[in-house]
Design a binder for this molecule. Structure first.
Ligand SMILES: [Zn+2]
Length: 109
């Protein structure tokens, strides 16, 4: 009944529509990862007897005064708890200074 040329045309049309739909639907099929990128500065311990320890906000830190609550990656130096101390020499936050080195930290948004 239906002729082969018409059938082929229909198949091409369907293929085309599916192709277009997949382009527009791509955003839903592959949602962008919900992350945000922030830039945070590294800080170094100024105690001359220290290694020195450099606080890297992309890594976080153990929290020697509260070992059950380690510092998660993405914590800016200014957001460290006030009782946080250098885990090498024990100096307080006030003995740290920025070294002007910045790291990208990718966090869940
Ligand atoms: Zn130190």
């Amino acid at each position: 009944m239906s002729n082969p040329i018409m059938r082929r045309r229909r198949r091409i049309l369907v293929t085309l529509l599916v192709g277009i739909a997949s382009i527009f639907g791509a955003g839903q099929a592959w949602p962008e990862p919900k992350t945000k990128r922030i830039k945070l500065g590294k800080w170094t311990c100024t105690n001359h007897d220290c290694d020195p320890y450099i606080y890297d906000p992309s890594v976080g830190d153990i929290n020697i005064n509260d070992e059950d609550n380690p510092i998660p990656p993405g914590t800016a130096f200014k957001d460290l708890p006030d009782n946080w101390i250098c885990h090498i020499c024990g100096d307080p936050k006030s003995h740290f200074e920025p070294i002007g080195e910045w790291v990208d930290v990718i966090l869940p948004a």
